[in-house]
Design a protein around this ligand. Structure first.
Ligand code: AMP
Ligand code: GLY
Length: 423
């Protein structure tokens, strides 16, 4: 089989790595890919939003299956374009990807189908949102309706902060049209868990649990980022919680989407908060998580191509997803200054230490090759993942491996997975 992967970050490197393990795959292409992906796939210089060109490429190369890693092309309908061209592709169509691309849609879906989530109101006009702010308790959470690279969520402790927030989202349009509509939501607390699930439109199956670390600095300080590290499984995510989530969240969500005429085929990533009143949905994503994928896929035993195909063909109920009885930790190596201003183009040293080291993986996120050398090309540069029998062991292994890599202005968090010591 020939497979095409769309995207070029750590998530797509982990997806390519897992596809490369399939005995059914003879060739992987990745658009646009990165310097790490180039070791296992042929990178193709087509942008992820040029659907017609991507479809032409897939036809020309006789690609059997395309996998989409990123949210933006899914939200803009890449799956619909490929299907119109008679091409096989794994991911939700535009009318189902809306579960991620509109928070107002997903909140209304949850309300309509009694899926547990924080209480909320939706506003299309700034003056109405501003008057509402005077009637509620604080803290409160403001969310831009549209895609905003995970940054359109503001937690406001006071009325003044919330007024500022509404102005930023709706009037100054810091996140562009994503802020035309906002959700104002009850502030809830508890451990957060990322639940990545395969879906075939009717059946939904959880892979395994993971936890992300979104803040830039140790002890969850600093700005929100795309994710500074992750671990899997989450010790908070017990068997009882899993059963509850399956019955009250996962299956009802997939049933609701089907009932709405928006059958969801692909990966549904449910962002959960385990509150004292039970698990609640913080958000849905219509794709694999990044960096969660970098700890979930190295633990997966199945041939992932079989699972992709079962989802597309509506046969997921025949598949038993299997994961190793171990743990994985991923520490992101970023470029100093991320998520704000950072420099690019620094040579990366030590990549060879990861060659043929069982249980250690180096996933490239922002790298490229320049004059025969691998250099940094993004804020999040590399994901260093290690396996271990326990989370503690996996964490020790991952941090040991971060020492093998050197580039100028290298930055990481030192407490990825540390909270698990306190359980
Ligand atoms: P989201 O993109 O909706 O997952 O939100 C980003 C982050 O904001 C989440 O990972 C939470 O840490 C936080 N957050 C979102 N919604 C709430 C809420 N209702 N209460 C407390 N924190 C929240
Ligand atoms: N790690 C969070 C996300 O992929 O959105």
């Amino acid at each position: 089989m020939k497979v095409l992967v769309i995207g070029g970050g750590g998530r797509e490197h982990a997806i390519c790595f897992k596809i490369a393990k399939s005995s059914r795959v003879e060739k992987i292409y990745c658009a646009p890919g990165n310097a790490g992906i180039a070791e296992i796939a042929e990178c193709v210089p087509i942008s992820t939003m040029e659907f017609e060109q991507l479809a032409e490429f897939a036809k020309e190369k006789k690609i059997d299956l395309t996998i989409v890693g990123m949210d933006e092309p899914l939200a803009a309908g890449i799956v619909d374009v490929f299907e119109q061209n008679g091409l096989r592709i794994f991911g939700p169509r535009k009318n189902a990807a809306v579960i991620e691309s509109s928070k107002a849609f997903s909140k209304d879906l949850m309300k309509k189908y009694n899926i547990p989530t924080a209480a909320y109101e939706i506003f299309h006009k700034a003056d109405e949102a501003l008057s509402y702010l005077h009637t509620i308790n604080y803290p409160v959470v403001l969310k831009a309706d549209g895609l905003a690279l995970g940054k359109g969520v503001l937690i406001c402790n006071t009325l003044e902060e919330a007024i500022d927030g509404v102005n930023t989202l709706m009037l100054k349009k810091q996140f562009g049209t994503a802020g035309n509509t906002i959700v104002i939501e009850e502030f809830i607390t508890g451990p957060e868990v990322s639940a990545l699930c395969f879906c075939d439109g009717t059946t939904i199956k959880l892979m395994t649990s993971a936890q992300d670390h979104k803040r830039a600095k140790d002890n969850d300080e600093g700005l929100n980022t795309g994710g500074m590290g992750t671990f899997s499984p989450s010790p908070f995510y017990t068997k009882e919680i899993d059963e509850y989530c399956h019955t009250h969240i996962y299956q009802p969500t997939i049933d609701a989407m089907k009932k709405e005429g928006r059958s969801f085929i692909g990966v549904l990533f449910v962002g959960l908060m385990l509150t004292k009143d039970g698990p609640k949905v913080l958000e849905y994503n219509a794709r694999f998580g990044d960096p969660e994928t970098q700890v979930v896929l190295p633990r997966m035993k199945n041939d992932i191509v079989d699972v992709f195909e079962a989802c597309i063909d509506g046969r997921l109920s025949d598949i038993t997803l299997e994961f190793e009885e171990n743990a994985a930790v991923c520490v992101v190596l970023a470029s100093g200054g991320y998520p704000e201003h950072y420099e690019k183009g620094f040579p990366i040293h030590g990549l060879k230490h990861f060659k043929n080291k069982e249980g250690y993986y180096l996933f490239h996120a922002g790298t490229k090759e320049e004059n025969g050398e691998v250099v940094t090309s993004g804020g999040r540069v590399l994901g260093v993942t290690a396996l271990g029998k326990t989370l503690k062991q996996a964490r020790a292994n991952a941090y040991e491996a971060t020492d093998w890599i050197h580039f100028e202005k290298q930055y990481m968090r030192h407490d990825i997975g540390k909270a698990i010591d306190e359980i």
